[in-house]
Design a protein around this ligand. Structure first.
Ligand SMILES: C[S@@+](CC[C@H](N)C(=O)[O-])C[C@H]1O[C@@H](n2cnc3c(N)ncnc32)[C@H](O)[C@@H]1O
Length: 214
């Protein structure tokens, strides 16, 4: 699996297909976050979310983790174009979480935007467990991803979109699955309960803010 090839086109494609809906979904609960000590932004891609995170949130340290060198370069390039507080407290980590360990422990915020959907069920289980064991007992988790839910019309629309996207990313990034797995049960099992949740683009996407130790 490698997103280097698709990285330069990712943002343009996203805007053409979904306009601002993915970004609305990623950033839905930023204003609900408490002060963060150590955040891990995982599989965070080209940095569109990072800029808004820096503008709206208070944090001590960010670990920006991605397996694609091109995605990491794009995020750093975007950062250089913006003068924002806390830039010097961001560490970029080239990490493939299917093999590598989390770069540190005791994260009190995890962010996974449109990241967990690239894994098959077995790997998803391992990745979510790995991330969870690097978190504090009261950590928050910001989650955004596609979903198939709702009435018949919404479900058919979602199934069609998901199929198109998986075909595209299988070809462009060789992702390891062609099926969307909902990680809700895994996140619940690792102690992260939903505090708030919202849907976007007629239910095609879901944002959740979860927390442990409630
Ligand atoms: C579908 S893109 C989503 C990017 C971004 N979070 C967003 O919302 O646009 C998935 C991202 O996860 C990264 N990724 C895929 N597999 C990974 C892995 N095993 N470890 C770390 N990052 C991974 C890719 O390089 C890519 O940047």
């Amino acid at each position: 699996m490698n997103f280097n090839r698709v990285a330069p086109w990712f943002e343009r494609l996203e805007k053409i297909v979904f306009r601002e809906q993915m970004q609305f979904c990623r950033t839905a609960f930023l204003s609900d976050l408490p002060e963060i000590k150590k955040a891990a932004l995982i599989g965070e891609g080209n940095g569109t979310f990072l800029i808004q995170f820096l503008q709206q949130c208070t944090f001590e340290e960010i670990h920006y983790i991605d397996s694609s060198e091109t995605m990491l370069e794009l995020a750093q390039k975007r950062l250089r174009k913006n003068v924002l507080p806390g830039i010097e407290r961001i560490e970029f980590h080239s990490c493939d979480l299917t093999h590598d360990a989390m770069p540190a422990q005791n994260y009190d915020l995890i962010v996974t935007n449109f990241f967990l959907d690239v894994f098959n069920e077995a790997t998803l289980n391992e990745v979510v467990s790995k991330i969870s064991s690097a978190c504090t007992d009261e950590a928050h988790w910001l989650y955004a991803d596609f979903q198939v839910t709702g009435n018949r019309f919404r479900r058919w629309r979602a199934i069609a979109w998901v199929k198109i996207m998986y075909l595209f990313f299988k070809f462009a990034a060789d992702i390891q699955t062609m099926r969307l797995s909902d990680p809700s049960t895994l996140l619940d099992r690792n102690g992260f309960q939903v505090i708030c949740s919202n849907e976007f683009d007629n239910g095609l996407m879901r944002a959740e803010l979860r927390q442990r130790g409630l």
